[in-house]
Design a protein around this ligand. Structure first.
Ligand SMILES: Cc1cc2nc3c(=O)[nH]c(=O)nc-3n(C[C@H](O)[C@H](O)[C@H](O)COP(=O)(O)OP(=O)(O)OC[C@H]3O[C@@H](n4cnc5c(N)ncnc54)[C@H](O)[C@@H]3O)c2cc1C
Length: 402
């Protein structure tokens, strides 16, 4: 099935390239050439079968792209957030979904920043080599949601082990990971001065845990995103798998959020540019009423609007990267980049779908798949309202609202 593609004599000039094409162009070329082996038909088929893109993820891991931020002393590339974000952007811009892999890029950060030397020596080289997957991080719980400090999962020290009990929800890629970072309460809430205290981070080896205290139940969902409910029943974790100091885990998780948010922003930019490529190409080619639909202001203005929003979001994304790589505080910029990029990619998705008319609904155009995929990022890993709350409190100095 295909829409009419006859061009009119007055075919307009090809579009200007994205102004950030030149940033890390060698990295862009490398990721694009890897992605070229995985055409949209591959991802369409994976989506239709609700499967996991194993071959694609393996190729990225073996090529070392997901070890970009691991220091060279541990076998990684030792690159900054700018470069890492370009990798994520390009994956999504090529029509793939970095949601299948992004955990491998940033979950190791908790280990890198707060792990002991022994933990780092043991795990990071294996993660960098692509032999060990650290795709999962378990924070969200069904009864407490965004109110993280109230989480109910407990970890109780018993000799040389911790025993974990509780429940998590929406935990991604557990069935395609070897290791998982878990946040659990080690000191009851009524025995700490501040609610953010008494939480600890553990490295759980999923190969030992699943079926031995950890039950994983996949959640069928709108996106083909492997995510599950987790049930911990007396799961034993060696005490040596505690990361950093007991009781300090909430701070360790927060430390990783700026990188996570900025990388997600870059994925949204990649999605947005993909929608712009598709939407403008279709608007130039599709002829109705004897002229390209893109000649109508009612079609071209929303596309132009999406382009403007994406470019603005992208500037904030690179500003967040710049500050992060310079070791400066980037909490506000990372949050704003994620907010702007998620909004811009969703608007570009909507405009792209509308531009395609009925054909936007056909699986073979990939627009409806990417439309579903990019919608997630206004909810996860942090919802839009919580970004407003962050800016209100930490930038505008308004009273905390929750
Ligand atoms: C596909 C998918 C994958 C995910 N992967 C992971 C993962 O790997 N690990 C993990 O830990 N979590 C994961 N999550 C969970 C995700 O981070 C949460 O869904 C998200 O943070 C929102 O939490 P919640 O769903 O509990 O919503 P709730 O906290 O119940 O909030 C519901 C709505 O109310 C709004 N709201 C709540 N409180 C306030 C307030 N005080 N002011 C204004 N608005 C408010 C929220 O913004 C939201 O829109 C994933 C979620 C999805 C859907």
């Amino acid at each position: 099935m295909s829409a009419q593609t006859t061009r009119t004599p007055q075919t307009p000039r090809p579009p200007q390239p994205d102004p950030h094409e030149g940033v890390c162009s060698d990295i862009r070329d490398g990721v694009r050439s890897l992605c070229a082996a995985f055409p949209s038909a591959y991802f369409r088929d994976i989506d239709a079968r609700a499967a996991y893109p194993d071959a694609f993820v393996d190729a990225l891991m073996q090529a070392g792209w997901l070890a970009a931020m691991i220091p060279q002393e541990f076998g990684g590339s030792g690159l900054g957030l700018t470069e890492a974000s370009v990798i994520m952007e390009e994956i999504n811009r090529c029509g793939a979904n970095a949601g299948a892999v992004h955990g491998q890029m940033y979950n190791m950060g908790t280990l890198l920043r707060h792990g002991s030397d022994a933990q780092k020596q043991r795990y990071l080289p294996e993660i960098a080599a692509g032999r060990l997957r650290i795709q999962s991080m378990a924070v969200t719980e069904p009864t407490t949601g965004t109110d993280t400090t109230q989480l109910k999962t407990t970890a109780t020290r018993k000799g040389d082990r911790y025993v974990l009990n509780g429940q998590k929800v929406w935990i991604s890629r557990v069935l395609h990971s070897d290791l998982m970072i878990v946040l659990a309460r080690t000191t009851p809430l009524d025995q700490v001065r501040r609610r953010s205290q008494g939480l600890s981070v553990f490295l759980v080896d999923l190969r030992d845990a699943i079926g031995h205290g950890l039950d994983v139940r996949p959640i069928a969902n709108m996106v083909n995103h492997e995510t599950s409910e987790l049930f911990f029943t007396d799961l034993e974790v060696p005490a040596e798998n505690l990361i950093g100091e007991e009781g300090e885990g909430f701070r360790y998780i927060l430390d990783g959020l700026n990188a996570e948010r900025t990388l997600i922003a870059a994925e949204c930019i990649g999605d947005g540019l993909w929608f712009m490529d598709k939407g403008t190409a279709y608007a130039r080619d599709r002829v109705v009423f004897g002229r390209p639909i893109g000649q109508n202001q009612g079609v071209q203005f929303p596309l132009a609007d999406s382009w403007i929003e994406l470019q603005a979001a992208n500037l904030m994304r690179f500003e967040a990267c710049r500050r992060f790589d310079a070791g400066q505080d980037c909490g506000a910029q990372a949050n704003m980049a994620k907010f702007l990029a998620a909004k811009a990619s969703w608007e570009a998705a909507n405009v792209c779908l509308q531009t395609h008319g009925g054909f936007g609904f056909a699986h073979e155009y990939d627009v409806e798949r990417k439309f579903r995929e990019t919608r997630l990022y206004q909810v996860a890993p942090i919802s839009t309202n919580l970004i407003y709350a962050h800016i209100a409190e930490h930038v505008l100095g308004l009273p905390r609202s929750f």
